[in-house]
Ligand binder design. Sequence first.
Ligand SMILES: [Zn+2]
Ligand SMILES: [Zn+2]
Length: 120
Amino acid sequence: MQQKWIDYHCARCGEKSASISFEQVGETYGMSHRDSPVGDGWEALSKENFEKMYAMRDDPEALIRQLKTPQGNKFFCDHCQLPYCKKCWRIQVIYADDHPCWYEKQLGTCPQGHTVKLDD
Ligand SMILES: [Zn+2]
Ligand SMILES: [Zn+2]
């Protein structure tokens, strides 16, 4: 399977908001993201999700609507239905109440004021 990076750009300023790609290693399916507001990373996907999204890789506009899964959403506002870059998201890092050093999640507030979970 050839790796192909799909670039998304910020709906507000036009900067790159993230690149994503799909990878299958044996029976493991996943999506990589880089240059996103929450950095680089990899998320496991179910086989069904992977196949659905991989089939859409030549249609980034349609594909982005599938990224609403909690795993896939690192740069996309569900409410606006638009991607934003790390400069346009206002990022807030949340630590667990009982473990102040324990990273819990990152919330982002989009330029329209919607707060969504970008990472956990
Ligand atoms: Zn931007
Ligand atoms: Zn929004």
